[in-house]
Design a protein around this ligand. Structure first.
Ligand code: UTP
Length: 473
């Protein structure tokens, strides 16, 4: 007789090791372990073990892969009229209140190595604002501009949920109406060892980790966020990642392209800076739009060039999308073969051995399973990819040093502020890369993109002197 029916199910599924220390736990710890065990879909774990763990890995099937078409910016050959029409449509959508904002902030941020929710990491050069503050101010400013305050959905993880909510409370939601800022946790998946056994983190806890940014679609559904959107008349979600302060969080032209094309999911692209740049690639395969990760596209293909010497697989994916509410529901429900696939990641997973002693592995000792949001693209009707300027949309903080680090992100913000100032007649000294010598900052409440900055700057009388420490906010 097992002390709980769930324990029996685990034994029957060959996962009885999860409860091997159960009798040593006090009753609170027992309840916690049972609650964690109840979160896990054992049939799903068995399927993933069969398909991702035990099958010999042959790599992705790249047959018939071709570069995906995308809408070029006017300055690189796109139609000025189409872009203007898209922007007008996006602005109308914002004025009608059908758009909300969605930030995925459930990642573990291991590469950055910062202790705390990544959104609380300080990024701006003068005022030392956090990522969350930058987004909050963009959202506040856009709400004012279009006369409709925006709802903001923020996906957290079990690990950072309480700290994220507490941070927003302490900062008084940066002036946003708390009732329009919605936090919800993403799902978790257990790590398994190379024998497919669910691993324990310690005697009373399963080694669980977030189920990837693709888990956001399920989480939006399960948390009731989609229903809330429906009640509020919201059908369009502007999606971005928490690590990218440059993002145009609310971009009317992007929203307009998406709506005018009747798209269910749209994406932004930047041309890859060099062949080996570590971004996903927008491709077509079997008539569908797919993103192929850099690790899955052979380097020879990444280096292929056309007759003009331009990379063939040029369209890089930067984790910025617009999604239709009912499309999210369809994918989240996973009916009719539209479920997102899981990917396998081999990791060093802190665990315990069969005697209960802690193990800190020196090399990968198991596998985590994650879903990626871009895997929803092949299921979307009329997906559209539009080009964006890297300097106006993308400079993530991923690593502690080197590429995509706090330093590169700070420099990219400074270059952007310098560009905006210069474009509007200010004199500002920069080096050849556009980096100004004076450290200045433009707050989103002053201007959050080229248009809003130009309007605010041109209203300013007299104009301030451009000097180190200048803050426009
Ligand atoms: P990354 O793939 O950069 O992962 O996430 P990460 O967890 O932030 O960082 P590392 O790999 O541990 O260093 C891209 C975006 O997706 C979110 C992250 O918060 C970030 O905004 N994300 C990632 C989630 O919300 N949930 C996840 O399970 C994974």
């Amino acid at each position: 007789m097992f002390p709980h029916p769930l324990i029996e199910q685990y034994h029957q599924a060959g996962q009885g090791q999860v409860f091997v220390f159960f009798n040593e736990l006090n009753s609170t710890a027992q309840q916690q372990l049972l609650a964690e065990a109840a979160e896990i879909d054992l049939a799903e774990v068995a399927r993933l073990t069969r398909t991702l763990l035990h099958q010999t890995v042959v790599g992705r099937d790249n047959s018939g892969l071709a570069p995906a078409p995308y809408e070029s910016l006017p300055e690189t050959g796109g139609s000025t009229t189409e872009w203007a029409a898209a922007k007008a449509a996006g602005e109308a959508a914002l004025r009608s209140g059908r758009v909300a904002v969605f930030t995925v902030a459930g990642g573990q941020g291991t590469r950055l190595g910062y202790d705390g929710p990544k959104g609380t990491f300080v990024v701006t050069p003068v005022k030392a604002k956090s990522l969350f503050q930058v987004f909050a101010e963009k959202i506040l400013a856009a709400g004012r501009r279009y006369g409709r305050p925006l709802h903001w959905f923020i996906m957290t993880s079990h690990q950072n949920h309480a700290a994220t909510e507490e941070y927003f409370r302490a900062q008084r939601h940066f002036g946003l109406e708390p009732a329009r800022v919605h936090f919800f946790r993403q799902g978790r998946m257990p790590a398994v060892d190379y024998g497919g056994k669910i691993m324990l983190e310690h005697h009373g806890a399963i080694a669980l980790s977030p189920d990837g940014h693709g888990g956001s679609l399920r989480a939006l559904e399960r948390s009731g966020a989609l229903d809330l959107m429906a009640r509020e008349g919201i059908d369009t979600l502007s999606y971005f990642q928490v690590d990218n302060p440059l993002v145009r969080a609310i971009d009317p032209a992007f929203i307009g392209w998406h709506l005018r094309r009747g798209s269910e999911m749209s994406s932004k692209t930047v041309p890859k800076a060099y062949a080996a740049e570590k971004v996903g690639h927008f491709c077509m395969q079997g008539g569908r739009l797919v993103v192929v990760e850099y690790s899955d596209l052979p380097m020879a293909m990444q280096q292929e060039a056309d007759a003009t010497g331009r990379l063939r697989f040029i369209a890089g994916s930067i984790g910025i999308h617009v999604l239709d509410r009912e499309f999210i529901r369809r994918v989240a429900e996973g009916g009719e073969g539209v479920a997102l696939p899981f990917h396998r990641a081999d990791k060093k997973i802190p665990t315990i051995d069969s005697t209960g002693q802690p193990v800190k592995p020196a090399k990968a000792n198991g596998v985590k399973f994650e879903m990626f949001v871009f895997d929803a693209l092949p299921f979307a009707k009329n997906p559209v990819v539009i080009e964006t300027r890297r300097g106006e949309d993308f400079s993530p903080v991923k690593n502690a040093t080197g590429v995509d680090s706090p330093q590169t992100c700070r420099d990219d913000q400074l270059r952007q502020f310098a560009r905006w100032l210069r474009a509007n007649g200010a004199t500002i000294e920069t080096d050849a890369s556009g980096l100004p010598s004076a450290v200045v900052e433009v707050g989103p409440l002053f201007g959050y993109d080229e248009d809003t900055f130009a309007e605010a700057w041109n209203r300013l009388h007299p104009k301030p002197a451009i000097a180190a420490g200048l803050y426009l906010g």
